[in-house]
Design a protein around this ligand. Structure first.
Ligand code: HEC
Length: 381
C-alpha cells in the first residue's frame, strides 16, 4: 500500500474527464506495461549504470529502471513523454497509441500487481459534522461505519481504530496522544492549530490530504510515514518537533512551509518532485535537508534563519524558481551547490550568510538567468 495513488484512478473513472481513460484495465500495470515501456524507450539513457556521456545528455540521477523512481517523477514523465508535445525520447519512437497507453497507465495511478489495492475501508458511512469527545463517541462511530461524510472534530485522546476516510476536514483539538491507525484519506484539511496540549499525532496509513496545517501547538511527534499526496498547502509551523521529520513518501505539494521548528535535526522530503507553490524553510533547527528530485518551484524558494543548516545541495536538481530565490541569515551555511539552477523569475537574494563564500554566490548568480534584481551582501569571505 505504499505510494498508492489509486484514488486518482477512481477519480478519472468516475468523472471521465477530457482525455481521462474510460477504464483502468486490470492488465495495465508496471509489470505488464510500465516496466517494458521504460526499458524500450527510456532506460537507454536514463539508467543508473550509465555515466556521463553514455547517458546521451539525460540528467544525472534521473533514472527510470525502478517503479519507485518512475512513480516519484510521474509529473515530469507525463509532461515530457505523453501528449502531442512529447519531447521524450528525444528522437521520437513510440507511436501515438503507445504514448496514449503510457498516459492511461499514469492516469490510472501507476498501478502495479498486488501493490495498489485501495485500503480496505469497512462498510458504513456516517454523516458529519461530527465531534468525538469521549471514548463512547469513538465506539459509536465505529459501530456505524469507517467513513465520515463531512467534517470531523477529534476532542478525545485515544485511538480511533475504525476511521478510514473523511470526506471533509479533520480538526484535532484533543491533548495527549491521538492515533488514527487506519485513516487513509482526508479530502480536505487535516488541522491542528493552537493546540498546546497535543503531544503526539500518529496516522501511519494516511496517504492523501487536501491540505495539512499543523501550527502553534505542543506537538513533539508527528508520524505520517505513508503520506504521498498533499494537494494544497503543507504547513508545519511553531512546533517543538524533535528528531527527523520524515515526509519521504510525499511526491507533490501545493506549497510547503516549514517554519519555526527549532528542535528538528533532519527534514526528509526525499521523493518530493513537484511544488505547485512556494517552498519555505525558515527557523528550522535541522542540519540536513534531504530533498528529492524537485525540479520546479512554482513560487518562491526561501531558506532563511536556519542556524544549523550546513548545505542546501539537496536542492541541486531544482532548475527553475518561478518566484524569488532568497537565502538569508543561515549562520552555518557553507555551500549552496545548486548545480541545476537555471532560471529565477523573481529576485535573487543571498544575504548575511556569514559562512558562505561570496565567490560561490557570485558564480551562481552569473550562471543563472535572473529576471528580477540580484542582491548579494553580507556573506562570508
Ligand atoms: C537518447 C537519450 C534519451 C532517451 C532515450 C530518453 N531521454 Fe529523457 N532526457 C534526455 C536528455 C538529453 C534530457 C535533458 C534535456 C531535456 O530536458 O530535454 C532528458 C530529460 C528528461 C526529463 C527531464 C526533462 C523535464 O521535462 O524536466 C524527463 C522527465 C525525461 N527525460 C523522461 C524521459 C522518458 C519518460 C523517456 C522515455 C519515454 C526518456 N526520457 C527517454 C535523454 C533521453
Amino acid at each position: 500500500m505504499r505510494r498508492t495513488t489509486w484514488w486518482w484512478g477512481l477519480l478519472a473513472l468516475s468523472c471521465g474527464g477530457s482525455g481521462a481513460p474510460e477504464a483502468c484495465p486490470d492488465d495495465l500495470t508496471w509489470e505488464t506495461f510500465g516496466d517494458a515501456y521504460m526499458t524500450s524507450w527510456c532506460t537507454s539513457c536514463h539508467h543508473p549504470a550509465l555515466q556521463d556521456t553514455l547517458r546521451g545528455g539525460a540528467p544525472a540521477g534521473m533514472n527510470f529502471d525502478t517503479y519507485d523512481e518512475v512513480a516519484a517523477l510521474e509529473v515530469l514523465i507525463r509532461s515530457s513523454a505523453t501528449g502531442e508535445q512529447a519531447r521524450m525520447p528525444p528522437g521520437g519512437g513510440p507511436t501515438a497509441a503507445q504514448r496514449d497507453r503510457l498516459l492511461q497507465w499514469l492516469d490510472c495511478g501507476l498501478p502495479r500487481q498486488g501493490g495498489d489495492t485501495p485500503p480496505a475501508c469497512a462498510p458504513g458511512t456516517v454523516a458529519g459534522p461530527l465531534q468525538i469527545s469521549t471514548g463512547a463517541d469513538a465506539e459509536r462511530l465505529c459501530t456505524e461505519g469507517s467513513t465520515v461524510q463531512g467534517d470531523l472534530q477529534i476532542a478525545w485522546s485515544g485511538s480511533i481504530d475504525c476511521l478510514c476516510r473523511v470526506e471533509g476536514s479533520v480538526e484535532v483539538t484533543a491533548g495527549g496522544t491521538v492515533e488514527l491507525p487506519n485513516l487513509a484519506v482526508v479530502t480536505e484539511g487535516l488541522e491542528v492549530v493552537g493546540n498546546p496540549t497535543l503531544q503526539t499525532l500518529q496516522a501511519p496509513t494516511l496517504q492523501s490530504v487536501g491540505w495539512l496545517e499543523v501550527r502553534d501547538s505542543g506537538l513533539g511527534r508527528l508520524q505520517l510515514p505513508d503520506l504521498s499526496e498533499v494537494q494544497q498547502a503543507l504547513i508545519l509551523e511553531q512546533l517543538p518537533l524533535t528528531g527527523t521529520l520524515a515526509l519521504d513518501e510525499v511526491t507533490s505539494v501545493g506549497s510547503l512551509s516549514l517554519r519555526t521548528l527549532p528542535s528538528l535535526s533532519r527534514v526528509g522530503l526525499s521523493r518530493l518532485a513537484r511544488a505547485e507553490g512556494s517552498v519555505r524553510l525558515v527557523e528550522v533547527g535541522a542540519t540536513e535537508l534531504l530533498a528529492g528530485p524537485l525540479q520546479i518551484v512554482s513560487g518562491d524558494l526561501e531558506i532563511c534563519d536556519n542556524p544549523a543548516l550546513r548545505s542546501i545541495s539537496a536542492l541541486d536538481r531544482v532548475t527553475t524558481v518561478e518566484g524569488s530565490f532568497t537565502v538569508c541569515r543561515n549562520d552555518a551555511l557553507q555551500r549552496l551547490a545548486l548545480g541545476g539552477l537555471q532560471d529565477v523569475a523573481g529576485d535573487f537574494v543571498v544575504i548575511d550568510n556569514p559562512a558562505l563564500p561570496t565567490s560561490e554566490v557570485e558564480m551562481l548568480a552569473e550562471r543563472v538567468t535572473v529576471v528580477g534584481e540580484v542582491q548579494i551582501e553580507g556573506n562570508g569571505p
